[in-house]
Design a protein around this ligand. Structure first.
Ligand code: FAD
Length: 509
């Protein structure tokens, strides 16, 4: 392996004489099998990296990027937990940095102006951050993803969205400092005062500007318990009205978590009513549905945090007051009281179940997008009620987010609309021949995207995936110039994150 690396780095690169960085790379790295970086969760792309390196420190990341910079063709992809769908963390014939090697350190609590923060590694999983923060400090981050088997660096390179985003913004809005290794191989501490452009560029930056080796995350007191509730709507208008009301309530007056999803209006075990109850002791009674209900139903999912010292009458009163303002279908309501940690780890149970059924490792042609409030009713009519009326074999998320919680200085782009909806088609389908061909599902995703363009919807892809620069320019719109400028400043040889397919190596030189 090392001989091969030497051959590639020098043998293919007559312009670059051997130097110390490259030799130190060969002698001082641990290598992982290439196979770990040749696939991702999407299961639709594969690539063969030159080598997978395990950096244990920021200095190791610096060494690897500097070594690649001495060549004319080598690229470097930081790989978080490889939970991308379309090969975004891959590097064909390049170096992949297995960031999980850095996961354990740093882990440090500190107070900034009296507010608790934790410094964690870019390679730490959110699940690890949760468990360590609760057990060591009884404190937790404020903004999450639904599934916590994702790395800090991976979600901060996108946004990190869940049912707390309406209140605290995406995870990128809950970070006050980063340590980043740029594409020039320089390591910087950055925040909104110091190296601020690198800080803002890296948040939602699709890994284009640097490798995030450390993040400083805002913490709050850990709640003990969660009242977890699901209510059902037959009318999309009622659903969106209530969801939008809930996400605009002032902090302290509303729920702590607001999400929602679409199900087929039938008893299909993967796509219909049976997916709504939260436990086997709960039963969905379709008799309560109005006869006007269409092909799909909408489920609003809510959670209220509380301390175990709270009196249940206080929790009940608050929940009843909030639910009293909603127009869900009477007679269909599910609720449960669960430990806060169990609530945050709820998708881990889905993972275990999906693994047992063999659909966790199957291809996942997922689609994530943000659609503005002004177009969401048309989206419902054209997409949920027509194209997806039988479901996607997994959750179809749709819930509102507030534009005011997103920072325009970050690299991620969202629709210009005070309220926009996240839509996520999270397909869990057995691989062919049991399930439909993956190409067909990808084609359905593309048809939905095309429909949005044709109808002139105000939308953006989340976790975007494009293969032409023209499409990337359209995605970023008037932010494209800034994106390119940032690339020129921080990764002028376009070494980093080649799997995003935005720039090619040396393109900007
Ligand atoms: P990877 O897939 O390994 O990497 C993603 C990109 O980030 C790549 O370009 C990579 O090069 C870059 N990158 C990785 N680490 C670093 C680093 N340290 N520094 C710089 N760049 C880096 N997203 C949400 O917002 N909310 C959700 O609720 C949610 N749930 C999900 C559930 C599942 C089951 C899955 C598979 C995905 C989910 N996602 C969700 C999407 C997820 O946030 C992204 O796919 C994320 O990129 C995956 O993180 P990862 O650590 O596996 O990153």
């Amino acid at each position: 392996m090392i001989a091969y690396l030497e051959h590639f780095v020098h043998g293919n690169d007559t312009e670059s004489p051997p130097n110390d960085d490259v030799s130190s790379l060969q002698s001082s790295f641990h290598f992982a099998p290439n196979s770990i970086a040749s696939k991702d969760f999407g299961g639709m792309k594969s690539s063969t990296p030159l080598a997978v390196l395990r950096p244990y420190t920021t200095a190791d990341v610096v060494k690897a990027v500097k070594a690649a910079a001495t060549t004319t063709n080598l690229t470097v992809a930081a790989r978080g937990n490889g939970h991308s769908i379309n090969g975004q963390a891959m590097a064909e014939k390049g170096l992949v940095l297995d960031m999980r090697a850095t996961a354990a350190e740093p882990f440090q609590l500190l107070y900034v102006d009296g507010v608790p923060h934790v410094d964690v590694s870019g390679g730490a999983l959110w699940e690890e951050v949760l468990k360590r923060c609760v057990s060591n400090f009884q404190l937790v981050p404020r903004s999450w993803t639904d599934y916590l088997g994702l790395t800090v660096g991976g979600t901060l390179s996108n946004a990190g969205v869940s049912g707390q985003t309406f209140r605290y913004g995406p995870q990128t809005a809950n970070v006050t400092e980063l340590e980043v290794v740029t594409g020039k191989g320089d390591s910087f501490v950055c925040n909104d005062n110091q190296n601020s452009d690198l800080f803002f560029a890296s948040l939602g930056g699709l890994g284009q500007f640097g490798v995030i080796t450390r993040a400083r995350i805002v913490l709050q007191q850990a709640p003990d318990m969660v009242r977890w509730i699901r209510v059902i709507y037959s009318e999309f208008e009622d659903y969106t009205r209530d969801a939008e009301w809930l996400v605009t309530l002032p902090e302290g007056d509303g729920f702590d978590y607001v999400e929602g999803f679409v199900v087929a209006n039938n008893d299909d075990p993967c796509n219909g009513w049976p997916t709504i109850p939260m436990g086997s002791n709960q039963i969905f009674n379709p008799v309560c549905l109005p006869s006007s209900a269409g092909p799909v139903l909408y489920c609003l999912e809510l959670a209220l945090h509380y301390r175990k010292t709270a009196r249940s009458s206080e929790v009940n009163t608050k929940v009843d007051r909030l639910l009293g303002g909603l127009r869900f279908v009477e007679g269909i309501k599910f609720e449960d009281d669960v430990k806060y940690m169990d609530f945050l780890l709820r998708v881990k149970r889905v993972e275990e179940d999906a693994k047992a059924k063999g659909i966790w490792d199957a291809p996942h042609p997922w689609l994530n997008m943000f659609v503005s409030k002004s177009d969401i009713a048309d989206f419902d009519r054209e997409v949920f009620k027509k194209i997806l009326k039988h479901g996607v074999g997994g959750p179809i998320l749709v819930y509102p987010l507030l534009r005011s919680k997103w920072d325009d200085r970050h690299s991620v782009v969202v629709p210009d609309s005070n309220i926009f909806y996240i839509i996520a088609l999270l397909r869990f389908i057995p691989p062919p021949p049991k399930g439909p061909p993956t190409d067909k599902l990808v084609a359905q995703n593309n048809a939905i995207i095309q429909l949005c363009y044709n109808k002139g919807f105000n939308f953006k892809l989340y976790l975007p995936h494009y293969t032409s620069q023209e499409n990337w320019m359209r995605h970023f719109g008037d932010r494209w110039t800034r994106f390119v400028q940032r690339k020129q400043n921080f990764d002028p040889m376009a070494i980093l994150a080649p799997g995003q397919k935005i720039f090619s190596r040396n393109q900007l030189k």
